[in-house]
Design a protein around this ligand. Structure first.
Ligand code: AMP
Ligand code: GLY
Length: 422
């Protein structure tokens, strides 16, 4: 079987390595992939947002099955385009990917179907947004409607900050058209949990829960990033919380999307906050999380391609999706300065002994040498019987991967460890 994976980060590298475990897979193309992914797939320089280019490539190269991993192509209709030429895909169509593509859509969906989330108002008129925010209890949360690379959320501690965020989004064009509409919502408190779930619109199969570490610096200081590390499972996601989430959030979301004529097929990501009043949805993503995937898929025991195809063919209920009961930790090595300014182009050395545990997020090949090309450079994952062992091993692996301006958080997993002791 010839597969195509759209995307080019650590998440895609993880998916590709897992797909390769299936003996029927003969070739994997990554569009665009990256210099590190090139060790495991044939990378073709077509951007993940170039929907026409992806469709044409897939049509000409006899692709049997495609996995569309990032949010942009999903929201732009990449799955619809590939399906239009008869290529089966893993991932939602555009009309379902809107669950991530528009926060106004997702908030209104939750309100309509009584899915627990922060109270909110939406605005397309800046004056009205400013007037509302001036009276809102503090802190208050301002969100750009559309995709904003994870940076479209401002937790305003003062009314001035809230007003600034609204002006930046709605007038300053900080996020382009993503900021034409804003959501202003109640600030919630509690531990955060990420749950990715396979769903074909009929069955919902949550994967192992995980914990992201979004801030750039130790002790959750510094700017928000795409994610500096993850652990799985997440200790805050107890059996009781999981049962409530299934009943109050996961199944109601699947049913709501069906009722709207927007059946969601693929991986639905629930960003949850476990408040004292119960679990609440912070956000939905229409795809695998990055770097959640780097800890969740290594724990998957069932063949990934088998699960994905069952989702596509709407027979997920027939597959017994099994997870290991071990622990995983992923430490991201980034370029110092990320998520703001950083240098790139430094030689990246990944010794053979750790290759299986390293997922490459941002690297290119220059004059035959692997060099850094992104803010997040690699994710180093270890799986072990206990969380302390997984953390220790992930840092040992990370210690063996070298490049000049290498930076990582030193406390990935510390909060989870503390939670187990509570
Ligand atoms: P999002 O991009 O929607 O996941 O938001 C980014 C981060 O902002 C989340 O991971 C939370 O830590 C935080 N956040 C978003 N919405 C809220 C909220 N209503 N209350 C508290 N924190 C929030
Ligand atoms: N790690 C969060 C995300 O993928 O959006």
């Amino acid at each position: 079987m010839k597969l195509l994976v759209v995307g080019g980060g650590g998440r895609e590298h993880t998916i590709i390595k897992k797909l390769r475990e299936n003996p029927e897979v003969t070739e994997i193309f990554a569009l665009p992939g990256n210099g590190g992914i090139a060790a495991d797939a044939t990378c073709v320089n077509i951007a993940a947002s170039d929907i026409d280019g992806i469709r044409d490539f897939a049509g000409k190269n006899g692709i049997d099955y495609a996995v569309v991993a990032p949010d942009d192509p999903l929201v732009l209709g990449c799955v619809d385009a590939l399906e239009s030429i008869g290529i089966p895909c893993f991932g939602p169509r555009a009309n379902a990917a809107i669950i991530e593509g528009s926060k106004v859509f997702s908030k209104d969906l939750m309100k309509k179907y009584h899915i627990p989330t922060a109270r909110y108002e939406t605005f397309d008129d800046m004056e009205k947004a400013l007037a509302y925010a001036a009276e809102a209890p503090l802190p208050t949360v301002v969100k750009a409607d559309g995709l904003a690379l994870g940076k479209g959320v401002i937790i305003a501690q003062t009314h001035e900050e809230a007003a600034q965020a609204i002006t930046d989004m709605m007038e300053g064009g900080k996020f382009g058209h993503s900021g034409d509409r804003v959501v202003i919502e109640e600030f919630l408190e509690g531990p955060e949990v990420s749950v990715l779930a396979f769903t074909d619109g009929k069955t919902m199969v949550p994967m192992v829960s995980s914990m992201d570490h979004k801030r750039a610096r130790d002790n959750d200081q510094g700017l928000n990033t795409g994610g500096m590390g993850t652990v799985a499972p997440n200790p805050y996601y107890t059996k009781e919380v999981a049962d409530r989430c299934m009943k109050e959030i996961f199944l109601p979301t699947m049913n709501a999307m069906n009722a709207e004529g927007r059946t969601f097929k693929g991986c639905l990501y629930f960003g949850l906050m476990i408040t004292k009043d119960g679990p609440r949805v912070i956000e939905y993503n229409c795809r695998f999380g990055d770097p959640e995937t780097q800890v969740v898929l290594p724990l998957l025991e069932t063949d990934l391609l088998t699960v994905m195809k069952a989702v596509t063919e709407e027979r997920l209920s027939e597959v017994d999706v099994k997870y290991s009961d071990r622990h995983a930790c992923c430490v991201i090595l980034a370029s110092d300065g990320y998520p703001e300014h950083y240098d790139r182009g430094f030689p990246l050395n990944i010794p053979d002994e750790v290759k299986d545990n390293v997922y490459v997020a941002g690297a290119a090949i220059k004059d035959g040498q692997l060099v850094t090309s992104g803010g997040r450079v690699v994710g180093c994952t270890a799986v072990a019987d206990t969380l302390p062992e997984a953390i220790k091993e992930a840092y040992e692996i990370a210690g063996k991967v070298t490049f000049e301006n290498r930076y990582c958080r030193r406390d990935i997993g510390a909060r989870a460890l503390a939670a187990y002791k509570e």
